[in-house]
Design a protein around this ligand. Structure first.
Ligand SMILES: [Zn+2]
Length: 440
């Protein structure tokens, strides 16, 4: 798991080389990198295909069908022979919270995540001052980290005593900052969304304690100003269908859909896990209606299945009852399975980027569960973490698939992930904007 000189040395020994690249630095403008004869899972075709990819600087400039055409390499190109290897688009974790640790810890986690195949993340609630600085440093390669996209949290006034939001607004007043903003019937929404944009956020996270009317106002203004609108599965008292009808682009956390069609939704998010999770109801006509509406409108389910398997969810009285945990874990998988079956797009996110005790990011676990527990094929799981997440963030013109003109954000694997999703863990190299990192 080393970059820079080790990468140069090992590649020099094991890979066919025509000249030395400037590893650890963005490849110079005039320098070409060639990934030769790999099986490419491009996010567009239905099966892996033998291809040679040409990269110039940070972008993919040519993709050649190696079975039909003998590619001519530009002079001075650095060639990596990747026969027997598989290339997928860089993985995107669509649900993380990275801003709460010290800068040093965050940088360590981000570097591990990058070396674990993650080339972009969507942060779903944190301190935008920290995130803006990290985002800039990741973008210009001051730090080795995935590209960072983040959100501004919007909620009703009762939400802002939550300790997570107090920690994310230190030095400011929770509820009165652009990235943790109290919304009421008298809020100037145009100004609120403008300030969100000014804080560098890509979207808003509609989190809690808001009625349907305010969600309508927020999404309408987001559309006007070109800001993404992302929502929790239930917003209390607004429910999942209210958010879908307001036109949010994603709903987060599959178990929060359990409030759909309940007679009363409590007005406080603190009660969000205070109901029985009965997976059988997901097959009822009421849920079919919800999933059909999501499919029709293109609302993506940010399911975060993995986190609910960890048994960490508490109800409003602070209890983590074992039976309730198991019911939530089952419900998360079953809601995702049925939504997927009914044509709802699934995005892969973890709510927990990386445990420093592990060497790989948790997204690999999420992908495994999407296949083993939610009925996605390995190819569909890969799309959930690449193309679908790029669509969620709104960066589909530059990331999420392997196509000419896109950023060279790629993961080179030693085995076929479409045969066994566990193979996303067999990482040899990670490329972010054309920079090569060696893992093993
Ligand atoms: Zn979250």
């Amino acid at each position: 798991m080393k970059v820079f000189f080790t990468a140069v040395l090992i590649l020099f020994v094991f890979v066919g080389i025509s000249c030395l690249p400037s590893f650890g630095q963005p490849v110079e403008k005039a320098t070409f990198l060639v990934l030769k004869n790999a099986m490419v899972i491009d996010g567009v075709s239905s099966v892996p295909q033998l291809r040679t990819i040409l990269i110039e600087g940070a972008k993919i400039t040519k993709i050649v069908d190696s079975t039909k055409e003998k590619p001519v390499f530009p002079e001075g190109a650095f060639i990596m022979n990747l026969e027997g290897h598989y290339i997928i688009p860089g993985l995107i974790d669509g649900h993380v919270h990275i801003s709460h640790d010290s800068r040093q810890e965050i940088e360590m986690i981000l570097k591990e995540a990058l070396l674990g195949g993650i080339t972009a993340v969507r942060d779903m609630g944190g301190d935008s001052r920290v995130l803006a600085s990290l985002r800039r440093d990741a973008l210009i390669n001051n730090i080795d980290a995935p590209n960072i996209y983040y959100s501004s949290l919007m909620a009703g006034p009762t939400f802002f005593t939550d300790p997570r939001v107090i920690s994310g607004t230190r030095g400011r007043t929770p509820g009165q900052t652009p990235w943790a903003l109290e919304i009421t019937a008298t809020t100037d929404i145009r100004q609120a969304i403008a300030e969100t944009k000014g804080s560098g956020a890509t979207g808003i996270k509609i989190y809690a304690d808001l009625p349907p009317k305010e969600i309508d106002r927020l999404t309408a203004e987001c559309r006007k100003q070109g800001v993404r609108s992302w929502s929790h599965g239930t917003i209390h008292p607004a429910g999942p269908m209210d958010a879908v009808m307001a036109g949010v682009e994603t709903l987060s956390h599959a178990p929060l859909l359990a409030w759909h069609n309940k007679a009363i939704i409590p007005p406080s998010y603190t009660k969000r896990y205070d109901l029985p999770h009965k997976a059988d109801e997901l097959k009822s006509p009421a849920f079919t209606k919800l999933f059909q509406e999501m499919k029709k409108r293109g609302t993506i389910l940010d399911a975060t299945v993995y986190i609910f398997q960890l048994g960490v969810i508490k109800n409003s009285s602070g209890k983590a009852d074992k039976n309730a945990q198991e019911a939530i874990a089952r419900y998360a998988k079953e809601a995702t399975r049925i939504a997927h079956q009914q044509g709802v797009k699934i995005a892969a996110g973890t709510d927990f980027l990386l445990d420093p005790k592990n060497s790989l990011p948790n997204l690999h676990d999420e992908l495994e569960i999407l296949v083993s527990g939610c009925g996605l094929t390995p190819m569909e799981a890969i799309l959930a973490a690449t193309r679908n997440n790029a669509e969620v963030i709104g960066i589909q013109d530059k990331a999420g698939t392997i196509e000419v003109g896109k950023q060279a954000d790629l993961v080179v694997l030693a085995a076929d992930p479409t045969k066994d999703i566990k193979n996303t863990r067999k990482i040899r190299y990670v490329l972010k904007s054309g920079r090569v990192f060696i893992r093993q």
